[in-house]
Design a protein around this ligand. Structure first.
Ligand SMILES: Nc1ncnc2c1ncn2[C@@H]1O[C@H](COP(=O)(O)OP(=O)(O)OP(=O)(O)O)[C@@H](O)[C@H]1O
Ligand SMILES: [Mg+2]
Length: 240
């Protein structure tokens, strides 16, 4: 049965979709069966990051509304994908969405739910299906505060297993006291650290060119470490 992990941040643009893409690739390269579900209703992006936009005909909303078969909504690849619906429907209740997402559990090792910005309706739907959560923050005070708010909300929803990933980490500005350091991010959010992803120009470049960052790019190495930690292996939090 898959572990279902929602990726949230509170603030938009912190790198949730990039993280889901990178860590899913890393897990797939370790032989894990991964399903990524785009939960950013109306603003989907995972199909773009996975380079499969032309293959999207149906989405999980169609599946929930009985407008298509499972095989039609599921976009198969090294990592399988369910695209996000374009609109909200009254049928998208937390119970119905959780039941649908959990019905894929037996076919995968990991299911990632790419959450939307904010902690309202779309976030609540994604969180309803999740066993665990990863909250993502860039190392700036505004993002860290919104991440902390998302953490509180996840706990209110009874998701106890929550880990922090610091994304777009840079050493230089931290030294100049412009950004928070790793310890400050942990203290401010109160969440146990899962990993740190450096700011890496390859992430943005590859998302627009539809390519995959190189094997030794800083973000790929970070995603591999985080993937190993997700599978329970003991590896250092950050690169030496
Ligand atoms: N580690 C990184 N290094 C450099 N750029 C990054 C990194 N992670 C994400 N980005 C860039 O930040 C931007 C936002 O990333 P992304 O779309 O993944 O964020 P998001 O949290 O999913 O946004 P939204 O809340 O709108 O869904 C993109 O341009 C992406 O390429
Ligand atoms: Mg996103």
């Amino acid at each position: 049965m898959a572990e279902i992990i929602v990726v949230a941040s509170g603030k938009g643009g912190s790198g949730k979709s990039s993280f889901v893409t990178g860590v899913s690739r890393a897990l797939a390269s370790q032989g894990k069966r991964v399903l990524a579900i785009d939960c950013d209703i109306g603003l989907r992006s995972l199909d773009l990051l996975f380079g499969v936009t032309e293959n999207v005909v149906f989405d999980w909303g169609d599946l929930l509304l009985d407008r298509c078969e499972r095989e039609q909504a599921l976009i198969k690849g090294d990592i399988d994908l369910l695209a996000a619906p374009r609109n909200f429907y009254s049928e998208f209740t937390p119970e119905a969405v959780a039941k649908l997402f959990k019905s894929f559990s037996k076919d995968y090792d990991y299911i990632f739910l790419d959450g939307p910005a904010g902690i309202d309706r779309g976030f609540q739907l994604a969180a309803a299906a999740a066993d665990k959560a990863i909250v993502l923050s860039t190392p700036d005070s505004v993002c860290v505060r919104s991440c902390s708010r998302a953490f509180d909300e996840l706990r209110r929803l009874k998701i106890e297993d929550v880990r922090l990933v610091i994304n777009m980490f840079e050493v230089k500005p931290v030294c100049k006291h412009k950004l928070l350091n790793i310890d400050q991010c942990i203290d401010e959010t109160g969440v146990q650290l899962l990993g740190v992803v450096p700011r890496d120009i390859n992430v943005g470049y590859c998302s627009v060119t539809g390519t995959i960052p190189g094997e030794f790019s800083p973000s790929t190495l970070a995603f591999k470490r985080i993937a190993k930690r997700i599978t329970g292996k003991r590896v250092p939090l950050v690169c030496e």
